[in-house]
Write a protein that binds this ligand. Structure first.
Ligand code: ATP
Length: 324
């Protein structure tokens, strides 16, 4: 394989630049020419791509977002859109594509694989919801952003003995809420994967406050409930003042953590290794701290579940046993 393309697709995530850098430099190291495609599949079908040199990916590792830009393309899923993409790839004799994105992007990658282009996915999304990897690129940075907010909100919440509700991203996944709640010492974490009962949450908060807690923090995953609705319900049922913070897109930005940079570097390089080794229709992930290659047919048809033992641990940490 002499020519490889790299693109980022779907929602951006901190660490995507480190993955681009790793893929470009590993491919050059392996004797390939590398094309950087702008705006994901939208740019691919328009031929919006240029050769990337070693130095073109310098000074990007520490930056959030993606220098290649990203997009969601409605045209690519159509046969005509794929015809256009294939024309642009074959015209340049590009045989392999590294696709950094989420499961939607990998479904697109499967279609390219069916048409004979070798593809390898790299899981880049803050949601940590991709099967075949213990962590997705961007998740750790997003959790640290939430944690920073929790630390600050905790200061003001204890001064006023308030309940604070922090709504976090993750779409249908509760991973960010759970990890940030566990690391931030939340009283309760509401996630889509596990049913919740606000009366139970309310009782737990009242018991905690009665036993001397200075504040209560509830982390709500956007896919489970609306922060403002939870806040209003808890205000009425507990009688305590509530404040709601919806963190929103700050969770998608920022300089990637060391963990995300290392993960992205390992996986970006591993994707090139996989392509040069003849793999296709595959995704590289980290499983038990080892790089693992999983078929995209498996990746897109399975959901990465929440670690329920972490949820239980979080609940235990936030429960004060009252002596009877
Ligand atoms: P994130 O999880 O961060 O949103 P994602 O990769 O899941 O990332 P999507 O918007 O679902 O984001 O997908 C990105 C692009 O991949 C889409 O705009 C579309 O062009 C392509 N794509 C998504 N689903 C399919 C599909 N079923 N078939 C072909 N292409 C698809």
């Amino acid at each position: 394989m002499k020519r490889i393309a790299v693109l980022t697709s779907g929602g951006d995530a901190p660490g995507m630049n480190a993955a681009i850098r790793a893929a470009v430099r590993k491919a050059i190291h392996g004797g390939c020419e590398v094309f950087g495609v702008e705006y994901g599949y939208t740019g691919l079908l328009k031929g919006q791509m240029k050769i990337m040199r070693y130095e073109d990916v310098g000074n990007i590792m520490q930056r959030g977002g993606t220098i290649l830009k990203t997009a969601r393309s409605t045209q690519f899923p159509t046969p005509e859109g794929q015809d256009m993409a294939m024309r642009e790839l074959t015209r340049r004799e590009i045989e392999g594509v590294v696709i950094i994105g989420g499961d939607g992007s990998f479904r697109g990658a499967q279609l390219l694989a069916k048409r004979g282009i070798k593809v390898c996915g790299v899981p880049g999304t803050i949601d940590n919801d991709i099967f075949g990897t213990d962590y997705t690129i961007g998740f750790d940075t997003a959790c640290n952003t939430v944690l920073d907010a929790i630390n600050k909100i905790r200061d003001t919440a204890s001064s006023h003995k308030r309940i604070v509700i922090i709504e976090v991203m993750g779409r249908d996944s509760g991973w960010i809420a759970l990890a940030a709640g566990l690391a931030g010492g939340a009283e309760f974490v509401i996630v889509p994967e596990i049913p919740h009962d606000l009366d139970f949450v309310s009782d737990k908060i009242i018991r905690g406050m009665n036993s001397g807690k200075e504040h209560s923090i509830v982390v709500v995953a956007e896919g489970a409930a609306h922060g403002f609705e939870v806040g209003e319900r808890l205000r009425v049922s507990t009688g305590y003042d509530t404040r709601v913070t919806v963190l929103g897109h700050i969770q998608r930005g920022g300089s990637p953590s060391a963990f995300d940079r290392i993960l992205a570097t390992r996986l970006g390089a591993a994707a090139v290794d996989a392509l040069l080794g003849g793999e296709t229709n595959a995704m590289v992930g980290l499983v038990g701290n080892q790089v693992a290659v999983t078929s995209l047919d498996v990746v897109v048809n399975q959901k990465r579940g929440l670690d329920v033992s972490l949820y239980e641990l979080e609940a235990i940490m936030a429960t004060r046993l009252v002596k009877t």
